[in-house]
Ligand binder design. Structure first.
Ligand SMILES: NC(=O)C1=CN([C@@H]2O[C@H](COP(=O)(O)OP(=O)(O)OC[C@H]3O[C@@H](n4cnc5c(N)ncnc54)[C@H](O)[C@@H]3O)[C@@H](O)[C@H]2O)C=CC1
Ligand SMILES: O=C1[C@@H](O)[C@H](O)[C@@H](O)[C@H](O)[C@H]1O
Length: 339
């Protein structure tokens, strides 16, 4: 047990509990050493049957628990900044669920703290970079066979949204995935955003502006559009089509079983991200554990978390004002060069 990476998991809700199961049963080289959740019963339930795990209601106490050498943050986004800063103060490497923080000022504080630590410590949970389909698309675009990418058409649908979901969260929680994926796929920063919305769906909880349609501009003239619809009621659908000068490529069509019976065929549709992206989360956490054990950070980092927060913040302003909003990105520190 001594040579396994001891991980403190902060937050034992949907993602935290799933990551605890993953660390315990799927990933090699790590173990859950501590868990923290203000809801103690939830934390205890998430680690039931695991040995040598301490349970805390205070996340900072979990960082100081015996055997903790790394941290996985799966608390709600407003709690991420405090947890990241506490981890950095202890030089603990972190895998932090997206969004890194909800606002760009908080994201700048995170980068400053990491720069103060003198080395990269944080990986942000943009798991699409570990999804097999997204990786194929990235390799195809990088290979140049399709020519210069002109547009990405993206769809992001959830069956339903959590009770506390706000109209801003369609952008800074849900679309944060497309913001990161577009930056990564195109190798470009996003420079401006416009958000339109049809009349809300009858399926949207009162007051929620759902669906929305975001249009991003990039630094080298590409366009990225995203339909986000978090109470569509019928399926978890995440699609992306790249349209390039010499061809197009599309990922995310249902990749599940097709059952044909007399007179018709029926195709399954995933109902949530834990199913659609199960393998991506597995690869993401294994890659993080492996890199952490080597003393490295190889995945999307604090710069990517910052860029996503800054673009999302502009997107929320675009939603609220109905205007096109330019993204104001700080200069990229040398620590994050080339990523
Ligand atoms: N990568 C992905 O596809 C997904 C990422 N997420 C992200 O994961 C994070 C958690 O989301 P969910 O698990 O869906 O939320 P959740 O609401 O199911 O669970 C959050 C848990 O954190 C606990 N908590 C609240 N404050 C805390 C604190 N200060 N320290 C420790 N725990 C605290 C809550 O009691 C709750 O048990 C969010 O950042 C969210 O954006 C969520 C869903 C999918
Ligand atoms: O990250 C996620 C959630 O937080 C978000 O609320 C969902 O819209 C996304 O599909 C899921 O991947």
């Amino acid at each position: 047990m001594g040579d396994l990476l001891g991980v403190a998991v902060l937050g034992a809700g949907h993602m935290g509990a799933d990551h605890i199961r993953r660390l315990d049963q799927v990933v090699s080289g790590a173990r859950v050493a501590a868990v923290a959740d203000p809801d103690r019963a939830r934390a205890e339930a998430a680690v039931a049957g695991l040995d040598h795990v301490t349970v805390h209601t205070d996340p900072v106490a979990a960082l100081d628990a015996p055997g903790v050498a790394a941290v996985l943050i799966a608390s709600p986004a407003p709690a991420h900044e405090e947890a990241l800063l506490a981890a950095f103060a202890r030089r603990l490497p972190v895998l932090c669920e997206k969004p890194m923080v909800p606002d760009s000022a908080g994201a700048l504080r995170i980068m400053e703290a990491e720069l103060g630590a003198g080395r990269r410590l944080a990986q942000i949970g943009f798991m699409r970079r570990y999804d097999a389909e997204y990786r194929r698309l990235k390799a195809l675009l990088d290979g140049g066979r399709l020519g210069r990418p002109l547009m990405l058409h993206c769809t992001h649908r959830n069956v339903s949204s959590p009770a506390d979901f706000t109209s801003a969260m369609l952008i800074n929680s849900s679309v944060s995935h497309e913001i990161d994926a577009a930056r990564w796929l195109l190798g470009q920063e996003l420079t401006a955003v416009t958000v339109l919305r049809p009349g809300p769906s009858a399926g949207a909880p009162g007051g929620l502006l759902d669906p929305q349609f975001a249009l991003f501009e990039t630094e080298r003239g590409a366009l990225v559009d995203v339909e986000v619809f978090v109470n569509c009621g019928f399926g978890y659908q995440v699609r992306c089509e790249a349209v390039c000068e010499a061809g197009s490529a599309r990922i995310g069509d249902e990749h599940t079983m097709v059952v044909t019976t007399r007179g018709g065929a029926r195709q399954e549709v995933a109902q949530d991200y834990l199913v659609r992206f199960a393998a991506a989360y597995d690869r993401e956490v294994q890659a993080w554990v492996d890199a952490t054990r080597r003393g490295e950070v190889t995945g999307p980092g604090a710069w990517d978390g910052y860029a996503a927060s800054a673009v999302a913040e502009a997107g929320v302003r675009a939603l609220e004002t109905g205007q096109r909003v330019a993204v104001d990105l700080a200069p990229r520190p040398a620590l994050y060069a080339g990523r």
